[in-house]
Structures are given as structure tokens and as C-alpha cells.
Design a protein around this ligand. Sequence first.
Ligand code: GLV
Length: 328
Amino acid sequence: MKRFNVFVTREIPKPGLDLLSTKCDYFIGTCENRPLSRREMLDGLKKADGVLSLLTEKVTRSMMEEHPVKILANCAVGYDNIDVAAATEMGIPVTNTPGVLTETTADFAFCLLLASARRVVEGDKLTRTGKFKGWGMMMLLGNDVHGKTLGLIGMGRIGAAVARRGKGFGMRVIYADVSRNPDIERELGAQFASMDDVFRNADFISLHVPLTDRTRHLVGARELAMMKPTAHLINTSRGPVVDERALFEALRDGAIAGAGLDVYEGEPEVTPGLLSLDNVILAPHIASASVETRALMATTAAANIIAVVDGRRPPNLVNPEIYGRSAH
Ligand code: GLV
């Protein structure tokens, strides 16, 4: 019998491929470190029963109409690269990889926070370029983290994991979200606030919202202008959540102290001005990039595909409507 054929858009860790091969055949779009073109996507979709996609591969309505597959398993927690509304209309299950990357991503958000506060990357550059001439009382003075206020925009799984780290560092935690998270308020004494109050009062603001029409440019010139001149902005969510041009201007003009970015509005392009500023750390979208977590993301995506092959409902469905809302 012909086995279910999976289009793995780009290379993924071996445990994911090993799991897939227990029930499926698969082929890989490219092992090069680049997104697939639309043509390559269409060629892959044509041969596939299901797709294991990375966040760099756009899956559009017209692609699905041309080649309706039986599952789109995104190997990421975010899934803004897939037209989920179109998939839902066509009855195609879409899945993501929540949970497995929460702590790793929170570690990285906190890493950017600490590095931005204490100017670690600037210090590294100074040492490498031979400009470190000895200890200096006035050299590379950063900002303390302990005793400061951590402001979270979004208190879901990753936001809560960052909040716990903040608490461990002796920070006060405030947050804004579309709904309250009473568990985290009880656990950490985190305080619910309006977005504006978070921007006005926090010393470090970390973004943990999905990219949707409502969160695009959630942080623009208005919000940046509300921030303290000593505050830092950390973004490990999605680039378009921040108006990158406005952020560049705020950093250039000293309206805020620093930023740590892992994601970009026109990724992989970076607003050119940012590249010349010392008060921003520019990471190449690696918040979930640990050996352990990337393997778990790959096996989670593979398990979602196998569920469909077995005729089961995939565990990490983002469009449960296609099975009827009440069915679990
Ligand atoms: C990474 O950005 C993810 O969404 O998993």
C-alpha cells in the first residue's frame, strides 16, 4: 500500500524524521539554510499528502486550492506563515508545536534582557577590537535588572515563563493581555495593567503575543514615546508586532535605552539603521534554537502528522473547528 507522503519543507532534526518514517514516506524541500520559493513550495505540495512546514515557508490560500493536502504541521509555535482561515474553510487541519519550546524561548528572552541591560555585546566588541585598555570606573555602564519592573505584553505560556525568571531575579512583574491570568497573579504577585501603563512603568518590556491583524505594529511610535528613557524593549515574538522604523528612531534618539531583538519586520532583512546602533542586540531568530528543543519541535510536528495518518485528531490543532468545536 502506498504510504502517506510528507513534504518536509526544510531540514529538521533527525528524531523528527525518524518518527515520521515509522508511518510515512517523506522528502525534504532543501537542506540549504534558506526559505523555499513559491515555485518550490508548489512542486513539493503537488507530490505530498501532508506538509511539515517551517515558519519561513508561506502556505497561501491559492497553494492549498491548487494542492489540497491532508495536514499542515507547522514546526513552530507561531503559525502566521499559514493562511489558517483558508485551511479551515477547506477542512485542512493545521497544527503547531506549543509547550515544548516555552522554557527555551523564555531563557532566550531573558538572555536578551540581561545582555541589553548590561551591554554584553558592546563589551564583547570592545574587547575583540583591542579597545579594552583596562578596567574603567566609567566604562560600559548599564542598567540593573534586580529590583526593576518587568513588563510583559502577553501572559500566555512563554510570557509566564519569562515572568518566573523575572521574579527569580528580584523583579516586580506587571503585564497586559486580552484577559487576566489569575494563576500567575497568585503565583508571582504579577499585576495586571493596561498596555499604556505597562509601557509607562516598566523598565524592561518583553513581547509575547502571536502575530495577528490585532497585534501588527502593537508597538509603534506612540508606545515607544511612553517608555522611560532608561527602559529596554525585548522582542522574541514576531517582527511585525513592532514598527521597526519607529524603534530605530527611538533607539537612535535615546528615547529608550536599548533593545534586544530576535525577530524582524521584514525578516531576514533588518531596518538598515539598526545595524549601525550599539544599543540594540540583533539575534537571528534563535530563541528556540537549542539541540533539545529543536528535536522536540520536530517530533511534535511529526506526531501531529502521524495522528492524521492513523485517523486520529492531531494533538496540537490550531483550527479545531474542522472537527466540530465540542470534539476533543
Ligand atoms: C518560533 O518563532 C516559533 O514560533 O516557534
